[in-house]
Design a protein around this ligand. Sequence first.
Ligand code: DGL
Length: 272
Amino acid sequence: MENPGTKLPIGVFDSGIGGISVLAEIIKALPCEEFVYFADTLHSPYGTKPEDVVRSLSIKVAEFLALMGIKSLVIACNTATSVAISEIRRKYPFPVIGMEPALKPAVGLGLIGKILVMATPLTLKSKKFNVQVQYYKHRAEIVPLPCEGLVEIIEHDHSGGREIREYLAQVFSPANTRDISAIVLGCTHYVLIKKEIADIVGSKVVIVDGNCGTARHLRTMLQNERLLNTALAEKLHVPLKAQVRFYVSGIEGDVMITKCKQLLQNDGIVCA
Ligand code: DGL
């Protein structure tokens, strides 16, 4: 008998538009699913706030989404995951998937040179990230690069404007980029400016993010839990038509929702 939970949507959240880069990959991997996306813009950015504040904000968002009736939750934010995933998992019966800087695939490339991890100050300070670094430090030199202020710039302009280019030019000084073989994008916002980062560091540096891995992991997990929605196969179109309900905590929610839809559209996904 079909699990009645298969028809429920998947909840996805971030502090803002960053999680849309993850949602796009999830929609491509799971085109028959429905989604509820929450952008906590009222409290953005998370990455420069104290750990306990981000933990309680993340738990509140999870509570909101759980009340909507979801079959699974994706924390499309490295910062929220690093400080809140254990508690959210303890609280809810549905599967919860998080994001962490993709060190495993970056180290797995086996390149010679340092691996730079761009992330928010809170992610890089977190116990979770430091345990990850301890695990991989014998296989590669891992250099954390806190990017305070970058999330705010991307929230206002994700299309490679002057402010982003100036910020990156400052961060990627010749001293910072010497002997770098790979860069891990440890914040989902940074994936939205991957091209601008590539332009500045050059084609020899491999840029890694965890978005596709997260989408694959979610699909496998839903399959194992018998929660995949297989009944909507007729929804498969080109361009992909996604069923997403958006919620925004801050002011100008409509502007934010338009931005989110535009970002998905840039990725070939139209919101029904
Ligand atoms: N997209 C979030 C992340 O992956 C950004 C955190 C923030 O709001 O500072 O960490």
